[in-house]
Design a protein around this ligand. Structure first.
Ligand code: ADP
Length: 494
């Protein structure tokens, strides 16, 4: 692949799937369109894979796991994944253009979507090479005499990875590379809106690494049945999924008959508790910025701001200032921080929820519609709704748009109760001048992750997962790696 360093502009990705080492189209030749959300134009197509294609990919992954050496040769896995890391790095600018083309992510904020996953491939290669797969667990007395116990960490087998469209390359890597390094074989099913971040990964694996045929497969399709076929297939041992809670429930149900291991990272409706001693001058601009970057299309976003009544108007003013001056526009323009929503369907969902919030009594402070200067592209104004009833739809449903809701509270206990009034439990935030006080509030939040005073909880070395209906299991950290392994306990003579 020639270097495309410093080029910008719409770029179509590879149309083909990767099945059993072969880059190919579906048999009928059918394709589906990929739209650039900033222009609303078709940027290219991807092959429209079928259930038969998915079955072929699962068969290939099964054979590669059962008959190949992949699960047994950790040094070879490290070699292949370091090759992948280097190949992704060589393809970095091409991948960036393809990402901006299919997601509409602003070029200025692509670091977390391009550089971060490329780095993570190398991290998992080294982490997995150093991991202790065989552990001594002591000698135990039994009625038949002493028994030595050894723990053997083994791959599950075939892992099905289903990914969403908001951070597609990052999640394609986060869901498949630790699985591969742990010795599993993988079938990746990327989201319909962002097939190329998956097909490009497949192309690079096939053309630029020694990863054997069948070990890594990518099936793209415009039909949800193709993902559903992966979740139900008895030859698949584990499903790892990131996406909506509704789809997560369907996957859990589909995986039940064959009792598959599932790792689910689902929706969120995270709260940001602003305590009455907080530095609003720094907390409010940061909160507003986080809501707008990625157009609010982030599961961890603390989208419910809880402000103490004593500082209510001051907090609202800080959010409003940032939102009204936020650089929204063409994702190819350096400095722009918020691009379009990914599709018209998503934008209409966001606008519908905003209208519902107003109907339920919320006060619109800024935004609420389509920016007048951006008639083309799926843009949404940064939107601030205040006086939001914590039981209303806009306070309960994930919006996935550049929208913050604000609800006042009187006591810390009330703030915690409002924060915990959710089916979700993904992340949260606390702002306070007193870190101990903030920590005590963080401990009471029913959620998997909390940031205090803007200090991020998220990173490759720290487990990340949700409670409640936000998910099952962890990504990242040692816990995240161990999700892709089961423990075989062996009792044996001393
Ligand atoms: P959204 O609704 O925002 O597009 P989803 O959570 O529905 O997000 O989709 C995330 C991923 O799940 C996509 O790859 C999609 O194709 C896939 N998917 C959707 N429905 C199913 C299903 N029933 N079984 C398996 N995968 C599915």
């Amino acid at each position: 692949m020639e270097s495309e360093q410093n080029e910008t502009g719409v770029l179509a990705g590879d149309e083909r799937m990767l099945i059993d080492g072969e880059l190919r189209h579906t048999a009928s030749g059918a394709t589906f369109d990929v739209i650039h959300p900033a222009s609303e134009q078709v940027a290219g197509v991807a092959t429209d894979g079928t259930v038969a294609d998915m079955e072929a990919a699962v068969g290939a992954a099964r054979r590669a796991f059962d008959a190949g050496d992949w699960s047994r040769d950790v040094e070879f896995r490290r070699h292949c994944l370091m090759q992948l890391h280097e190949a992704l790095d060589r393809n970095k600018e091409r991948l960036r253009r393809i990402l901006i083309t299919e997601v509409g992510c602003p070029v200025t904020v692509t670091g977390s979507q391009i550089e971060a996953p490329i780095h993570e491939v190398a991290h998992w290669a080294e982490f997995g090479a150093a991991f202790d797969y065989l552990r001594y667990n002591g000698v135990h007395e039994t009625p038949l005499g002493p028994a030595k116990r050894v723990l053997r960490y083994e791959p599950h087998g075939v892992v099905g990875a289903i990914t969403p469209w908001n951070v597609p390359l990052y999640l394609n890597v986060a869901e498949t590379v630790p699985a591969l390094m742990a010795g599993n074989t993988v079938v990746l099913k990327p989201a319909q809106l962002t097939p190329w971040s998956g097909t490009e990964l497949g192309r690079i694996v096939a053309e630029e690494t020694d990863i054997p045929a069948g070990v890594f497969n990518v099936v793209v399709s415009n039909a949800n049945e193709v993902g559903a076929a992966l979740t139900a297939d008895p030859r698949v041992d584990m499903i790892t999924f990131t996406g909506s809670t509704a789809t997560g429930r369907a996957i859990l149900a589909a995986a039940a008959p064959t009792v598959k291991k599932t790792l689910l990272e689902l929706g969120g409706k995270s709260a940001h508790i602003v305590l009455d001693d907080a530095d609003l001058g720094s907390a409010m601009p940061l909160a507003a910025m986080m809501a707008c970057v990625m157009s609010g299309q982030s599961c961890v976003l603390p989208s419910r701001i809880l402000l103490p009544r004593s500082r209510y108007e001051e907090g609202i003013e800080g959010l409003k200032q940032m939102m009204e001056n936020f650089p929204v526009g063409d994702p190819w323009t350096p400095g722009v921080m918020q691009g379009p929503q990914i599709s018209e369907t998503q934008r209409q969902k966001v606008l519908g929820l905003i209208r519902d919030g107003i109907d339920d009594g919320a006060r619109l402070v800024t935004g609420g519609g389509i920016p007048g200067n951006l008639p083309v592209g799926y843009y949404t104004q940064p939107t601030l709704l205040v006086d939001v009833d914590p039981n209303s739809r806009i306070a309960q449903e994930e919006i996935f748009g550049p929208v913050l809701t604000v609800t006042p509270y009187d006591t810390d206990d009330e703030a915690v109760a409002i924060a915990n009034n959710s089916i979700y439990g993904l992340s949260g935030e606390v702002s306070s001048a007193d870190v101990d006080r903030a920590f005590a509030i963080a401990a009471r939040m029913r959620t998997g992750n909390v940031s205090i005073n803007g200090k991020s909880h998220f990173g490759i070395n720290s487990p990340f997962g949700g409670t409640g209906q936000s998910g099952l299991g962890y990504r990242n950290g040692t816990h995240g790696y161990e999700e892709y392994l089961h423990i075989k306990t062996i009792g044996m003579p001393e």
